[in-house]
Ligand binder design. Sequence first.
Ligand code: SF4
Length: 110
Amino acid sequence: MKPRMTAPGSAADSVWWSRALCLHPAADPTWWEHDGPGHPDGKKAVTWCRACPAKAACLADAERFERPQKSGERTGIRGGLGVRERAALYRRKDEADKAAAAAQDSGAAA
Ligand code: SF4
């Protein structure tokens, strides 16, 4: 399994995927199959992600794909974050979106 979210060959894919460190010949794609840095190989993946020039785009791509999913459907390491870390990130963003919508609703009602 490779840590990709967008369809290979898509325009969005080609912009950042060519810079992905996980495609480096010295990187073993199986490192990214672990759900977090708790496993030694997952820790290697996170270390590589930290140095990856495509990290922000990779994480944004993962978010686009994963945020609507149930947490049990997410696997692997993306953008330097494990499954639990991404779930926490998406929860925080969902809560911020709800708070912003509630603030907008209460402002509109005033
Ligand atoms: S941040 Fe990690 S998973 Fe994402 S492209 Fe870079 S090395 Fe691959």
